[in-house]
Structures are given as structure tokens and as C-alpha cells.
Design a binder for this molecule. Structure first.
Ligand code: XMP
Length: 511
């Protein structure tokens, strides 16, 4: 249950890392609806409010009589306390960051764990008296009730955040709750996920025909491979090459993806059409809109052609496969965010295409999708590919997009990725790429000659989910090699600068 936590998705992912399936629901989901879904257990997340502030999210106390095991984390710990008659106080002792926890009575959650351990805290209010029937199991120097449990009712609470890595034994605490406190079975494994998903797709589509738009990214590739495993040749993939891809990507889709899956692929080379539509355009939002629009048109034409072909053969295309992931469908506890950029995906197709949707990854997180891709035998280059925006290199050229500028940024990007891979950093870094400042020039000197070239910006970030990000502390020797190679091998570039802005306030991409 999401009370507006920063960490709600992280909690859900950690639960799945314990091989227990999890979903996120908003805090105001009616208890009857929750019970009807027959959860094995419920976790109440943290949240930004004080339980005493006006309008603070609460739960119906009936939840605690439903016989469903509950773990409250941070704000959730306080919600349990308040609902069941304990005391939450605004003490002067706010705790933020690493804190020493002392286990006073091990109970179920802290059994066999060290008496002293580091936990991660982030709270102002504290529980000062546990509700009747609860045993206090741990304290910190300023929080007397840092953990409690009532084993007879299977209700548990922790003030600290077991989901964050800085909590030394956080995963063990979660696992103890799930397996021992709630009696969950650890059956959420990749093999089961593949079997279930294949069965679900077969049940949904029967012997109908399907199409899938491939973007070159991991999500659509895994969705297509999974559906192909389920329905074989009833699936046709359409790959629209808009000419804005990274070096080698189009070939990789055509060669490696087809080789590893045997999918039928229609490859549409539309680079000229996109280049013409983008000529003279410099505004980032306009670029995004044009690319989205052209993409839909090209895809639509291809789909209509395939439809006509299927009809001539006496069948119809009834479904469109999409690589929608769980984070896109979560109904979160927080209000809608302001629109920062118009994201372009293969989705957003016009209604008159009239396909049913098949979204086999709708319940999965990105890391699960990657593991699923491995399980399905997709090549590492596809499965471990870094996220890449739908509008491609167009949003990495600041200024007008031209074929020459695309060549420049593509060449620089290839060097950057190459060096990061050689340094063994590609899985640690969420995204790394080059941005071309196409309308900026600076003076340099190379081989005793004056140069007047463009800078590229090197952008490398670490992130869990792209919602927030930090600039990566790349080793100086890696930065040096990238800089040397780019200015030596890409003649139009004479300067490399490193972007040291986090998100927020920056975004990951420059446009
Ligand atoms: P920003 O730049 O908003 O990006 O911090 C967050 C993440 O989204 C990717 N991105 C996109 N992905 N279509 C996509 O599918 C898009 O239009 C798009 N724009 C940005 C970006 O690379 C980062 O991973």
C-alpha cells in the first residue's frame, strides 16, 4: 500500500527479489477490495506526512481484523500504531540516514540477526508507545519503539527502511516477514514467470494474428520474444528504422534478434522521411512531436499492408503487442506530476487501428524484464542495452537535426559506449551517452593548427528507475580515454565536457 513513499516501487521490487509476487495499490483502496484480492500479506509503505497532519492518509482499522499479515514501514509503522491505540509523537529526535539499531527481543523479524546493526531512517515523528498486544523488539538511541510485532495477529512494524541498501540486514527482515511472518511461498521465479506469461498470452489470443512494433530497446524485444514463444508465426514484428538509432542498432535488431527468436520481421527504412520532417526544427518538444507523428504514420502504413495481406490469406490481425512495464501502469498514491517532456513510445497509436492490446510485461519491473530476456535466450547486447529514448539521437543534438550531425553524435556515442564497456562499467551505469552542442563552437589547437569545432557533452548517470539520477563518478582515466579518442577520431569535435548535474534539477536527456 503506497502512502506516497519515495520507496514504494523499491519495496515492491525487493519483495519480488524474495521470490514473492507483489503489486502496489494506493493507500485509499477500500479494505473490502483488498480482501477480495486475497493477498498473502500487505506492506504499508512510508510516506511524507505526519499521521497527525490534517488529511493525512490512514487505513480503515478493519484491515487489521482481516487475518491478513501486515508489515508497516516507517509511516506504515505509525499508521498501525495510531489505528490500534498506541502513541505517535512529534519528538525532537528526527532521524535521517544511517542509525544504530539495537535488537532488544529478536521476535520473528530480527531473529538470528546481530544485536547491533545499521539501519536507514527518515522520520520526524516516532512511536513512543506500542499498541496493546505488541512486543517491542528494537530501539535506537532516539526511537524507543523502532520495531514491534504481535505474532498472534501477524502484525509487524519497523520504523527503519528495510528496502534500502544502507539497512544492513534489510532483505533478511523483509524475507523473515514474508516467509515466516506471513507464510508466503517463494515461487516467483523466472521459469514460472515465462510459463505463466506464455499461458496467459495463449489464453488471450487463441489462434489470432498479432503484430508488434520493435524499437530496438529491451522492452519491445522481450515482449515480442515472449509472444513468439507463445504463438509462433502468428506474430509479425515491424521495425521502423527512423535513422535516429545508435551505431549498429538496426543491424542488431535485424540480425541478432531474428537469429535468436526466429520471429518474422518487417524492416522499414524510413530515415529519409524522418530527416525531411525534422529539417529546420530546433525546438525540443516540436522534434518529439514530429517524430512521434511520423512514427505512427509509418507504423500504421505497415500495419495496414500486413492486414491486407492477412485478409487475402483468409485471416485477420487482431492484436498489437506492447512492451508496457509495471511502473507505467502503477496507480500511485501521489498526484499526477507536471509534464516535463512528451515521451514517445511505440504506444499511443491511433484508435482507428482497432487492435486489441497484448501487454505481457505489464506486471514486471525492468530488472525482471532483463532476466526474462535472458531466460528466453535473447543476446546480451539486447537484454542489457541501456534505456534509449524513442526519439533517439534527435534529442541528443541540441539544434537542428541533420544527417551530418547525426553522423557526428553517433560516432562520439560509439566511442563513449565502447570505452565504458572496456572499463567494465556498462551495467553499473544507468545511461551514458554523448550530446552534440551543434550550434556552439569553440577555439582549440590540434597539431599546431587552430581548430574551431563543436563540443560534445558526456552524460553518464546512475539511477534506480530514471525518476531521479546522479551523475556517475567515472574514473579519471576513463574520462581521459573518452576525451582523447573523441577529439582524435571525430574531426568536427574539439572539446569534451562532462555534465555533473543530478536529476532533479537536470533531466537525464538534454531535450
Ligand atoms: P529524462 O530525460 O526525462 O529521461 O530524465 C528519463 C528516462 O526516459 C528516457 N526517455 C525516453 N524514453 N521515450 C522513451 O521511451 C522518450 O520519448 C524518452 N525521452 C526520454 C531517457 O533516456 C531516460 O532513461
Amino acid at each position: 500500500m503506497d502512502f506516497g513513499a519515495q520507496y514504494a516501487q523499491l519495496i515492491a521490487r525487493r519483495v519480488r527479489e524474495c521470490h514473492v509476487y507483489s503489486e502496489i495499490v494506493p493507500w485509499n483502496t477500500p479494505v473490502a477490495e483488498l480482501i477480495a484480492r486475497r493477498p498473502t500479506a500487505i506492506i504499508l509503505s512510508g510516506g511524507p506526512k505526519s499521521v497527525y497532519s490534517p488529511g493525512a492518509p490512514r487505513v480503515d482499522p478493519a484491515l487489521f481484523d482481516a487475518g491478513i499479515p501486515v508489515l508497516g514501514i516507517c509511516y506504515g509503522h505509525q499508521v498501525i500504531t495510531q489505528a490500534l491505540g498506541g502513541t505517535v509523537d512529534r519528538t525532537d529526535a528526527a532521524e535521517y540516514g544511517a542509525t544504530r539499531l539495537t535488537v532488544t527481543r529478536p521476535g520473528v523479524l530480527l531473529r538470528d540477526l546481530p544485536v547491533e546493526q545499521q539501519v536507514w531512517m527518515s522520520h520526524g515523528d516516532s512511536v513512543t508507545a506500542a499498541p496493546d498486544g505488541f512486543t517491542v523488539t528494537a530501539a535506537t538511541p532516539s526511537t524507543p519503539v523502532a520495531a514491534f510485532e504481535d505474532v498472534s495477529r501477524a502484525l509487524f512494524g519497523v520504523q527503519f527502511h528495510p528496502e534500502v541498501l544502507h539497512t544492513e540486514h534489510g532483505m533478511e527482515v523483509l524475507r523473515r516477514f514474508l516467509l515466516h511472518g506471513a507464510g508466503a511461498r517463494p515461487s516467483w521465479t523466472m521459469v514460472n514467470i515465462v510459463d505463466e506469461a506464455v499461458g496467459a498470452v495463449r489464453a488471450q489470443v487463441g489462434d489470432a494474428k498479432l503484430i508488434c512494433g520493435l524499437s530496438g530497446g529491451v522492452d519491445s524485444a522481450v515482449a515480442a520474444a515472449l509472444v513468439h514463444r507463445a504463438v509462433g508465426d502468428a506474430l509479425t514484428c515491424v521495425f521502423v528504422d527512423h535513422g535516429l538509432l545508435r551505431a549498429g542498432e538496426a543491424e542488431q535488431v535485424e540480425r541478432d534478434f531474428v537469429a535468436s527468436t526466429g520471429v518474422e520481421l518487417v524492416h522499414i527504412k524510413a530515415a529519409d522521411r524522418f530527416a525531411a520532417a525534422l529539417a529546420g526544427v530546433t525546438d525540443p518538444e516540436q522534434k518529439r512531436k514530429i517524430i512521434g507523428r511520423e512514427f505512427i504514420r509509418v507504423f500504421e502504413e505497415a500495419a495496414r499492408e500486413l492486414e491486407a495481406r492477412a485478409e487475402a490469406a483468409g485471416s485477420r490481425i487482431e492484436y498489437l503487442v506492447q512492451g508496457t512495464l509495471y511502473p507505467d501502469v502503477i496507480e500511485s498514491g501521489s498526484p499526477d506530476a507536471a509534464k516535463i517532456k512528451s515521451h514517445h513510445n511505440v504506444g499511443g497509436l491511433p484508435d482507428d487501428l482497432q487492435f486489441g492490446l497484448v501487454e505481457p510485461l505489464r506486471t514486471l519491473f525492468k530488472d525482471e524484464v532483463r532476466r526474462l530476456g535472458e531466460e528466453l535466450g535473447l543476446p546480451e547486447e539486447i537484454v542489457w542495452r541501456q534505456p534509449f529514448p524513442g526519439p533517439g539521437l534527435a534529442v541528443r543534438i541540441i539544434g537542428e537535426v541533420t544527417p551530418e550531425r547525426l553522423e557526428i553524435v553517433r560516432a562520439a556515442d560509439q566511442i563513449v559506449r565502447d570505452e565504458i564497456r572496456r572499463a567494465g562499467l556498462d551495467r553499473e551505469i544507468w545511461q551514458v551517452f554523448a550530446v552534440l552542442l551543434a550550434d556552439v563552437r569553440s577555439v582549440g589547437v590540434q597539431g599546431d593548427e587552430r581548430t574551431y569545432g563543436h563540443p560534445i557533452v558526456l552524460r553518464a548517470v546512475t539511477s534506480e528507475d530514471a525518476m531521479t539520477a546522479d551523475w556517475a563518478r567515472l574514473p579519471a582515466n576513463v574520462l581521459e580515454r573518452i576525451s582523447n579518442r573523441v577529439v582524435n577520431e571525430v574531426p568536427q569535435i574539439n572539446r569534451v565536457v562532462y555534465d555533473i548535474t543530478s536529476k532533479p534539477p537536470g533531466t537525464i536527456e538534454w531535450e
